[in-house]
Design a protein around this ligand. Structure first.
Ligand code: HEM
Length: 230
């Protein structure tokens, strides 16, 4: 077994095992710590802008990854969408989404570093999640910018089938051998993120608050001091 087999055939499963096992462990051991760890009550204004930019950006980035890596290129060809059209649309939406995500993360980091009570309540896990997210988004953007030429590297015939193959246990490390280094770095920084993910506030991604939709209202009332009541 060669290095490439280890990097693209074995380690991805090690990472996936830690990711799934880590979530199960965390749920068993720390159900009450399963939270976004909101810091809204400590500071609101700067959180709103940074958090909105980050979350809207990341939803589009996620959608872009599904369209580019999970949906096979052959399906686009069936509908008459050429490689150059796909590439152009991917850049048109992908770059603004990536930049918004990055801007959001930079604002959130700035807020965390500069507001004392937020900095004090930041754990090592919070820093790791933030730094790794920054690294993943920056490396993704670098890989995208270096591949802006429509005749450049086609990740839909290499990274895409490699990734899909992992989910159906059809391991194909050979597809990754000639992938440009920035894409490889991007993927490995995401692996580092997946390893720490279950042990950070990022677990909140898997807890959609669906109960909010049909629970009864919680009514808040202002407390009027006795001597003001007439
Ligand atoms: C194994 C998982 C992943 C793979 C194989 C992967 C692969 C790729 C590829 C091929 C591109 C280039 C897209 C293009 O040029 O249009 C890209 C871009 C990008 N990736 Fe990933 N990625 C992964 C996970 C992630 C994650 C978890 C994040 C964020 C947390 C992320 C953030 C980005 C960003 C911001 C870009 C720049 C373009 C855009 O905004 O879509 N990636 N990634």
């Amino acid at each position: 077994m060669g290095v490439e087999d280890l990097l693209w055939g074995v380690f991805p499963y090690v990472v996936l095992t830690i990711f799934i096992g880590g979530h199960i462990y965390r749920y068993q051991k720390d159900q009450f710590g399963w939270t976004t760890k909101s810091s809204e009550f400590l500071e609101k204004k700067r959180l709103r802008l940074g958090s909105n930019l980050f979350h809207f950006g990341i939803i589009f980035v996620f959608g872009g990854h599904v369209l580019g890596l999970i949906i096979p290129a052959s399906l686009y060809e069936t509908f008459g969408i050429s490689e150059s059209t796909y590439h152009m649309v991917a850049l048109l939406f992908g770059i603004p989404a990536g930049v918004a995500t990055l801007l959001g993360l930079v604002l959130l980091t700035h807020r965390r570093v500069n507001i004392k009570r937020i900095k004090t309540t930041t754990s090592i896990g919070d820093w790791m999640a933030l730094i790794l997210l920054l690294t993943v988004v920056i490396t993704g953007l670098i890989a995208t910018f270096l591949n802006i030429d429509s005749a450049g590297f086609d990740y839909r015939t290499t990274i895409g089938p490699w990734l899909r193959g992992l989910f159906i246990f059809k391991v194909q490390p050979e597809l990754m051998v000639n992938v440009p280094i920035w894409f490889k770095i991007h993927i490995y920084t995401t692996f580092a993120l997946y390893v720490v993910w279950p042990f950070t506030r990022l677990v909140h991604v898997f807890s959609l608050p669906l109960r909010y939709l049909n629970r009864s209202y919680v009514i808040y009332k202002k407390r009027i001091p006795r001597d003001h009541v007439q």
